[in-house]
Design a protein around this ligand. Structure first.
Ligand code: BGC
Length: 385
């Protein structure tokens, strides 16, 4: 963790940022094995901290990836790191932020569990004079956000939808839609990106939506308002939860007549939910084949892709996001404005942002992208020869 208020600390942070950026080059990248996670107390440093990190939950591999890369980046430069998890609880998230404020941090990097509920935590930070970087997910409905580091989430949804389109032939293909949690601003952006490419293919008859009357009612609209997306998401949300995803998929399959099955196309919002949904569709004997999307390149989904059980994932190189977050923290610690390329409106203000590109990964490029690039090790998987 960064130590506070010394030129030595700032110099080391700059070296650290350079180290992280260097780590983003595939050839120099460390292996992505998930390290044994020490409790926050074990890694807390003596004295005051300058930056704290709050992540939404330990229960999804995606956020363990972020924790791992933050730790790799910071410990490579000789720093311990305190990363607190909110365990899907906005009250715990706020308590985590307050605890970091008490320790004297100057910048907090927060990935909110619930974008709107996190406003209270961000405001507590602002009131204490602490800068807030919204990480991956946007904190909504408050002025208390200084900066946003994210991936190109429209592109995530667009790549998911495009993959389904590229694998569909003829017309009348059954399309099943699933979405993330309505409390996560990203769920809307992913859906917006997917709808943007899928809607023309629904309008021209390539796909027929089978599990959302709200989406069917809106299928002639190329662009949806947030309220319209809310209606659809309310009907097809997974809440980013494996069990919710499984239960919804099973309910959809039970409700669907045999004619709505056969060769199906499934928009799944991320890898955890994709595996749950894919398992449900694979277990239905009336489903002959399925194409299903995902995102995050979680190890379990990479194995599913190798095994032919998940069609694709959208890889978001977390090393880049970590480097961007550290770069922004360094700028804020120095009293500078972080470099931004655009802004995201959070319902109250336009938050200056930087966003990174994302990559479609399927069976054809899984080795060249994720293994040869050093993100994962070949020995992490079976069936790769
Ligand atoms: C993240 C995804 C993640 C999802 C569920 C989203 O906000 O961008 O990478 O899979 O949350 O945790």
């Amino acid at each position: 963790m960064f130590k506070k208020n010394s030129s030595y600390a700032l110099m080391t942070i700059l070296i650290l940022a350079a180290t992280v950026l260097a780590a983003c080059q595939p050839a120099a990248a460390p292996e992505a094995e998930v390290v044994e996670e020490p409790a926050a107390e074990e890694v807390a440093v003596e004295g005051k901290l300058a930056v704290g990190i709050v992540l939404p939950t330990k229960d999804e591999p995606r956020w363990i990836q972020d924790e791992t890369w933050f730790k790799d980046a910071l410990s490579a430069a000789g720093y311990d790191v305190e990363i607190l998890f909110s365990q899907a609880d906005p009250a715990k998230e706020k308590a985590n932020v307050e605890s970091l404020i008490t320790k004297g941090v100057e910048v907090i990097i927060i990935c909110p569990h619930d974008g709107s509920a996190a406003a209270a935590a961000a405001e507590a930070a602002m009131d204490a004079g602490v800068k807030v970087i919204s990480y991956d997910r946007l904190i909504r409905d408050t002025e208390a956000v200084d900066y946003y580091v994210t991936f190109d989430s429209i592109a995530v949804g667009a790549q998911q939808g495009q993959y389904l389109i590229d694998n569909a032939t003829g017309s009348g293909n059954p399309l099943y839609l699933y979405a993330g949690a309505a409390s996560d601003n990203n769920a809307f952006i992913f859906f917006e990106g997917a709808w943007g490419v899928l809607q023309p293919k629904i309008a021209d008859g390539t796909f027929v939506i089978k599990n959302s009357s709200e989406a069917v009612a809106l299928q002639d609209k190329a662009t949806l308002t947030r309220d319209e997306m809310s209606k659809i998401i309310g009907q097809v949300t997974t809440n980013w939860d494996f069990n919710d995803a499984k239960n919804l998929a099973e309910a959809n399959l039970t409700a669907a007549p045999t004619a709505d099955k056969g060769d199906v196309f499934i928009l799944a919002p991320n890898d955890g939910t994709a595996r749950a949904i894919a398992d449900a569709y694979a277990a239905d004997t009336d489903v002959t084949s399925y194409f299903i999307s995902g995102q995050d390149a979680e190890m379990a989904s990479v194995q599913y892709i190798i095994d032919g059980k998940q069609s694709m994932t959208v890889w978001k190189d977390v090393r880049t996001l970590v480097a961007d977050a550290i770069g922004a923290a360094v700028a804020l610690l120095e009293g500078e404005t972080p470099v931004s390329k655009g802004a995201y409106n959070n319902g109250v203000i336009d938050v200056a942002a930087i966003q990174s590109a994302v990559v479609t990964v399927d069976k054809n490029n899984v080795v060249s992208t994720l293994i040869d690039g050093g993100y994962y090790d070949a020995s992490d998987f079976t069936g790769l020869d």
